[in-house]
Write a new protein. Structure first.
Length: 127
C-alpha cells in the first residue's frame, strides 16, 4: 500500500468516525429531549442560570471594589466577568444531563465504527 492509498483510507475512516459522532450526538439529543425541541429547552436553561449569573456578578463587583476601595471601571469589568463566568457555569450545570446523553450516544457510535473498521482490517475465519 503506497502513501496515496494509505492516506485515502485514513481520510475515509476519519469521515466515517465524524459521521458516527454526528449521528450519535443527534440520537442522544433526540433520546433525551423526546418530543421537546432544543430551543425551548435551552431557553429554560438560560432562565434557570440567572441565579448563578447574579451571584457571579455580585462576587465580581465585591472583589473589584475591595481591590480598589472605589467604584471604577475595573470594578465594573470584574462584575461583568463574574456574571459571565456565573452564567457559563449555570448553563453547564443545567445542561449536564443533555450533554451526558449526547456524549454517551456519540461515544457508543464511535466504538461501533471503530469495531467495524477493525473487523474490516482483521477478518475472522471461523472455518
Amino acid at each position: 500500500m503506497n502513501f496515496v492509498e494509505w492516506s485515502k483510507s485514513n481520510v475515509n475512516y476519519g469521515r466515517k468516525l465524524m459521521d458516527s459522532v454526528v449521528e450519535g450526538a443527534r440520537e442522544g439529543e433526540s433520546e433525551f429531549l423526546k418530543e421537546e425541541s432544543l430551543g425551548p429547552y435551552l431557553e429554560k436553561s438560560a432562565f434557570r442560570a440567572i441565579a448563578p449569573t447574579i451571584i457571579g456578578a455580585s462576587l465580581g463587583l465585591v472583589g473589584g471594589y475591595l481591590e480598589n476601595r472605589r467604584f471604577r471601571n475595573r470594578t465594573l469589568l470584574f462584575g461583568l466577568l463574574g456574571g459571565a463566568l456565573g452564567f457559563g457555569a449555570g448553563i453547564a450545570w443545567e445542561n449536564r444531563n443533555l450533554t451526558a446523553s449526547v456524549a454517551s450516544r456519540a461515544w457508543k457510535r464511535i466504538n461501533k465504527t471503530r469495531d467495524e473498521h477493525w473487523f474490516e482490517k482483521n477478518p475472522i475465519d471461523y472455518a
